[in-house]
Design a protein around this ligand. Structure first.
Ligand SMILES: N[C@@H](CC(=O)c1ccccc1NC=O)C(=O)O
Length: 300
């Protein structure tokens, strides 16, 4: 139990119930998600309508497996690359909700990749994770071909869960490749699926296709991390929002402890004032707390 005081796991695992915004709306939880979708899609439109922005539309596999890479004419050839993995409980959202983070970073000379992935139930969560490993192989190859010298990965919510696979994929992430990783940023993620997999709210009709055994094997909190050596120079940031549920905050805290105990250079931070959604929305604003934090990661 991540929140022993809670009687209502569905609530603990539904981030929208924990916002403190939209309290005048009849259903603040619906309003916050609706707002998130609207704002993030507007960020995508702002970006694609901006004539200074250059977009490469790339494909790493069949179906929804596409990547957009953003830069502008001032982006240095050997610029760092930041890769963003969106959330949505592995069953919703796409790259059109993933562009908030792009503008401020491109203005800093960073190339930014936002990726789509096949969603459940078109694929099982197990298959989705396997496809994510193929994506990692693809993006490292892209970096090698384009002579990117360093990569930072950022995952939000279910995207942070997917991203954790990078720490446990020696078949594609060689020590050389892990040394290219400047930082890994895990935002508001879930790392232990044992409580959520049989919640109808999170996993309706078992669209994730998981049972108890898979819930364990797909939980990064429970993995043993043996190939830590190549990650010595990578900084790992586990972030969560103040207005996430106690369960989400505790999952992040405990995941950061698991990683630190395994030998990774890990820090943990609860971002004050933010909820699960505006922590992403505000990545679009150059001088927001979250944008400044992400910028500092680069400059440290
Ligand atoms: N239906 C969920 C939505 C949700 O979980 C979510 C929405 C946007 C981005 C991330 C999310 N959660 C985890 O991946 C909720 O109302 O909290």
């Amino acid at each position: 139990m991540y929140n022993p005081k809670s009687q209502d796991l569905d609530r603990e695992y539904f981030p929208s119930y924990h916002t403190t915004r939209f309290q005048n709306e009849p259903e603040p939880n619906l309003a916050v998600v609706e707002h998130f979708i609207k704002v993030t899609q507007q960020h995508e439109r702002d970006l694609t309508e901006n004539r200074n922005i250059i977009v490469e539309n790339l494909r790493y596999g069949e179906g929804r497996r596409v990547v957009d890479v953003f830069s502008d004419k001032n982006t240095p050839v050997h610029s760092p690359l930041l890769v963003f993995v969106h959330g949505g409980y592995w069953q919703m959202l796409d790259k059109s909700h993933s562009c908030s983070i792009v503008g401020p970073l491109v203005r800093q000379g960073i190339r930014v990749a936002v990726m789509d992935y096949n969603l459940c139930p078109a694929v099982s969560l197990e298959k989705l994770m396997a496809e994510f490993v193929r994506f990692l192989d693809w993006i490292f190859r892209y970096a090698e071909l384009t002579q990117v010298m360093e990569i930072t990965f950022v995952g939000h919510s279910a995207g942070a869960h997917l991203l954790s696979r990078i720490l446990n994929s020696p078949e594609v992430v060689s020590p050389q490749r892990s040394q290219m990783c400047w930082a890994l940023v895990f935002m508001c993620g879930v790392y232990d699926l044992r409580e959520l997999y049989n919640l109808e709210s999170v996993n309706p009709k078992n669209i994730l296709d998981i049972d108890e055994r898979k819930a364990e094997s797909l939980s990064p909190m429970l993995w043993s991390y043996t190939d830590v050596g190549g990650w010595r120079s990578t900084r790992i940031y586990v972030l969560v929002a103040e207005h996430d549920s106690v369960t989400f905050i505790e999952q992040s805290r405990r995941f950061s402890e698991v990683l630190r105990n395994a030998g990774f250079q890990t820090s943990f931070k609860v971002f004050q004032k933010y909820d699960h959604f505006d922590i992403i929305e505000e990545t679009a604003i150059d001088d927001s707390d979250i944008s400044r934090y992400l910028r500092n990661i680069r400059n440290e």
